[in-house]
Design a protein around this ligand. Structure first.
Ligand SMILES: Cc1cc2nc3c(=O)[nH]c(=O)nc-3n(C[C@H](O)[C@H](O)[C@H](O)COP(=O)(O)OP(=O)(O)OC[C@H]3O[C@@H](n4cnc5c(N)ncnc54)[C@H](O)[C@@H]3O)c2cc1C
Length: 390
């Protein structure tokens, strides 16, 4: 059975900030949009993040189109307030969000209309005239393919399962990975009563202060985003030397590739929310990357073997777009959409992606910009008669 509506809507997949922003801007342009969300509520990712998380981008530069984040939430908005904001956002824009519906596969409609068929929970087949995929950059927790992973006898979780340091009080913990999440979890554990905290580092990150003399790092990211990468690398090195102490003696030498070069490869700088002090004072020890797991032991790249009580793998996420769109030849070798934002793949007109690039200027800001651009593009192809009804 194919489910159609008198006026086929634009389907937006995912009710995170990206999907909600697209739906709101489409609605503002009179285009009917339906958001399909697999979980039971909007902002699911933010409900599941660790307790102490705050936005590292400013309140002003993190707001989605058409609703400010309340001033009362402060400059660095707390995780629970992000959830509150997203709920208020869906309500204020009267968004049509259908929860409990997971989209498994997207296909071209075969009726020659140029639309798209979505295969979803409960055998549903929904046809839309355009589809916006907003299923998240951080979709599925990724664990490296460490030798011995399957037979490891220790306590190992992915960072997505970490909430707070309570369960780790008095324990020896190894955090693997020094992205924003790993850095913050290590600092949280050190402040929260873990007996020993080590962090395994493969590539030394760029660390930036969240603010310098009141000036947020994000604003610098916005300013330098369009500059030539070589210049940004140079500026980044200079800023790093000024703002961040030399931690080489503690196992964190300065990075040997530039900030923009790294960002282009997908590694945004780590915003310091406690790691610098924790490393400097020895509360967090830096160790070599993890190579393998053996019985109760973790084997590090320098040959050392350690046996922590618990391992938290802050080793990132996969986009997991293959089941959804892999057959449409729209993904690159890393499983990311080849084009995103307002551009559609040439062979898939009407199929949009948002939230799959992570610029140094802030992902939420980027999602807002994408939302405007995508909805403008879709509205252009919507007959005025339908827009009025929308
Ligand atoms: C720990 C952490 C901190 C961050 N902090 C910041 C910050 O300070 N500032 C900033 O700008 N950015 C930050 N980001 C990055 C980014 O802004 C967030 O990840 C943001 O939630 C991305 O929004 P999204 O809508 O693209 O994805 P998500 O918020 O992940 O939403 C995707 C939604 O799609 C749903 N979904 C997935 N697959 C399907 C499917 N097949 N069918 C139906 N529904 C589906 C999911 O359930 C989810 O609700 C942070 C990210 C992380 C992980």
């Amino acid at each position: 059975m194919v489910t159609t509506t008198p006026q086929e809507p634009v389907y937006v997949i995912g009710a995170g900030p990206g999907g909600l922003a697209v739906a709101a801007t489409l609605r503002a342009r009179g285009v009917r949009a339906v958001v399909l969300e697999k979980s039971g509520s909007v902002g699911t990712s933010w409900r599941g993040h660790y307790d102490r998380l705050r936005l590292h981008t400013t309140r002003r530069l993190s707001a989605l189109p058409g609703l400010r984040i309340p001033r009362a939430y402060g400059r660095w908005v707390a995780r629970a307030d992000v959830v509150r904001y997203l709920e208020a956002y869906a309500e204020k824009h009267e968004l049509d969000v259908v929860t409990g519906v997971e989209v498994h596969r997207i296909e071209r409609a075969q009726d020659g209309t140029g639309g798209w068929v979505l295969h979803a929970t409960g055998g549903r087949r929904l046809t839309g005239r355009a589809v916006v995929v907003a299923t998240g950059f951080n979709h599925t927790p990724r664990l490296p393919d460490w030798p011995g992973l399957d037979t490891y006898e220790g306590d190992l979780v992915h960072a997505r399962e970490y909430r707070n340091p309570e369960a780790y009080a008095g324990r020896d913990v190894l955090v693997v990975g020094v992205g924003n999440t790993g850095a913050e979890i290590a600092a949280d554990l050190a402040e929260g009563g873990a007996a020993r905290v080590r962090i395994a580092v493969r590539t030394v990150p760029h660390i930036v202060r969240r603010t310098t003399a009141g000036w947020p790092a994000q604003r610098t990211g916005v300013l330098i985003r369009r500059l030539p990468p070589a210049l940004v690398d140079l500026l980044g090195t200079g800023m790093n030397r000024l703002a961040v102490p030399d931690l080489a003696a503690h196992g964190l030498p300065r990075p040997d590739t530039g900030l923009a070069t790294r960002a282009r490869a997908g590694a945004i700088p780590v915003q310091d929310v406690g790691l610098i002090d924790a490393v400097r004072t020895g509360k967090v020890e830096v160790v070599a990357a993890v190579e393998a797991l053996e019985g109760r032991e973790v084997v590090l790249a320098d040959g050392t073997r350690i046996a922590p009580d618990a391992v938290i793998a802050a080793t990132g996420y996969r986009r997991a777009l293959e089941p959804l769109v892999g057959h449409l030849d729209v993904l690159d070798t890393h499983g990311r959409p080849r084009v995103s934002g307002p551009r559609c793949p040439r062979q898939a007109p009407g199929l949009y992606f948002t939230g799959f690039v992570n610029p140094i200027s802030g992902m939420l800001r980027e999602l807002s910009r994408d939302a405007h651009r995508i909805s403008r593009r879709i509205a252009r192809t919507t007959p005025a008669r339908e827009r009025k009804r929308g």
